[in-house]
Design a protein around this ligand. Structure first.
Ligand SMILES: Nc1nc2c(ncn2[C@@H]2O[C@H](COP(=O)(O)OP(=O)(O)OP(=O)(O)O)[C@@H](O)[C@H]2O)c(=O)[nH]1
Length: 307
C-alpha cells in the first residue's frame, strides 16, 4: 500500500528551520567586525573565538588560512568582507555532505544509537511527532530492554508523538528480538516508519557494541535499514568524536543527530564531528520540548553562528 505523504520519495524532508542562537559566535566576533580594518588583532580574535567554540585546532587553522588567502586575493581590509567570507567558508564546508534523510522504503527502518543520556529517546519522540505531523504513520520499538523505566519513557514520548509502540514481552528480552517484532509489526500493519530505540552504551564496551551488530543483522534479514542515526550531545564537544568513531565501526552509522545545542557553547563541534567522521549531520535538537528538533541546514546554521 502506498501512502500519500505530501512529498515525493527521496525528497528532502521540509523541516522547520530557525535556529536559536545561544551557541552563536556573533557575540565573540562583534568587536572584531565593528572595527574598521583587518589586522593582527582580527586574526587572533577569530582564532580565539573558534577555539573557544570547539572547532578544534586543525579546522581553526585551515579556516583561517583559507580566509587569509581570500583577503589577500581580493585585496580587502574591510571586516564586512571577512565576515561574508567566513560565512561562505563554513557553509561550503558544512554542505559537503548531504543531510537528507532517506525514508522512502516502506517501512523505512531507523535505528537510533548512542551513549547513555545523549537524548536518544527524546529525539525519537520529537522525530515521531514531526513525521506524524507530515502524514506518516510511525511505530517505535523499545529495544532498550534492560530498564523498565526506559520502556515507559519511550512509551510516553511515543504517545506524545502520536506513534505506536512495540514493547518487550519481558524485561531483559533480547533487544534484537524486539527490533525484529517492531519491523514485523510495521510490515504487517503497513506502517511507514519504524524507529528502534536502543539502550545507551559506552563505546568502549565491546560486548554491547557487538549487540548493535546483532540488532542490525536481525533487521537486515527482514528489510534494508534506511538510517542508523547516532545521537551525540553537543555539550561533550570533541569527546563526541571518539564516541562517533566506535559507533561508526560497529553500527554502520548513516547520519548524526546533534542534541542539546541549546545548552552548548561548542557550536564548532558540529563542523568538527562532521569533518572528522565523514558522516552527515541530519537532525539537530535544541531543547527538551517535542517541537525542538530541526533538520540540518548549513546556510541557516552558519547564519546563526556568524550572525
Ligand atoms: N536542553 C536539551 N536537553 C535535551 C535535548 N535532548 C534531550 N535532552 C535531555 O537530555 C536528557 C536525556 O535524554 P534521553 O532522551 O533520556 O536520553 P537517552 O539517550 O535516551 O538516555 P538513555 O536511554 O539513558 O541512554 C533528558 O533530560 C532530556 O530532556 C536537547 O536538545 N536540549
Amino acid at each position: 500500500m502506498v501512502r500519500r505523504t505530501g512529498y515525493g520519495r527521496g525528497a528532502p524532508l521540509p523541516y522547520p528551520v530557525g535556529m536559536a542562537a545561544s551557541w552563536s559566535l556573533s557575540g565573540a566576533l562583534k568587536s572584531m567586525f565593528a572595527r574598521n580594518t583587518i589586522d593582527a588583532d582580527t586574526w587572533s580574535g577569530l582564532e580565539d573565538a573558534m577555539i573557544s567554540a570547539d572547532f578544534g585546532p586543525d579546522i581553526t587553522d585551515s579556516v583561517i588560512e583559507e580566509l587569509r588567502a581570500s583577503v589577500a586575493k581580493y585585496k580587502t581590509d574591510d571586516p564586512a568582507d571577512l565576515k561574508r567570507m567566513l560565512r561562505e567558508t563554513l557553509e561550503e564546508r558544512l554542505a559537503r555532505l548531504d543531510p537528507t534523510l532517506t525514508l522512502s522504503a516502506r517501512p523505512a527502518v531507523v535505528l537510533v544509537v548512542g551513549v547513555n543520556g545523549v537524548g536518544k529517546t527524546t529525539t525519537i519522540g520529537k522525530f515521531a511527532k514531526f513525521l506524524v505531523g507530515h502524514g506518516r504513520t510511525v511505530v517505535v520499538g523499545a529495544a532498550d530492554t534492560f530498564r523498565a523505566a526506559a520502556v515507559e519513557q519511550l512509551a510516553t514520548w511515543a504517545e506524545r508523538g502520536g506513534a505506536e509502540i512495540v514493547r518487550p514481552q519481558q524485561q531483559g528480552q533480547d533487544p534484537a528480538s524486539v527490533a525484529f517484532q517492531t519491523v514485523e509489526w510495521a510490515q504487517r500493519e503497513s506502517i511507514d516508519i519504524a524507529i528502534i530505540d536502543t539502550a545507551g552504551r559506552l563505546q568502549t564496551k565491546s560486548g554491547l557494541m557487538d549487540e548493535l551488530g546483532k540488532i542490525r543483522r536481525v533487521i537486515e534479514k527482514q528489510t534494508e535499514i534506511a538510517e542508523v542515526l547516532l545521537v551525540l550531545d553537543a555539550t561533550t564537544g570533541q569527546n563526541g568524536v571518539a564516541q562517533a568513531e566506535a559507533f561508526i565501526q560497529h553500527a554502520g552509522v548513516t547520519g548524526l543527530v546533534i542534541t542539546k545545542l541549546d545548552g552548548s557553547a561548542r557550536a564548532g563541534f558540529v563542523l568538527a564531528v562532521q569533518e572528522r567522521t565523514g558522516i552527515p549531520i541530519k537532525l539537530v535538537g535544541q531543547g527538551e520540548g517535542i517541537n525542538d528538533l530541526t533538520g540540518f541546514t548549513p546556510h541557516v546554521f552558519v547564519q546563526g553562528l556568524v550572525g
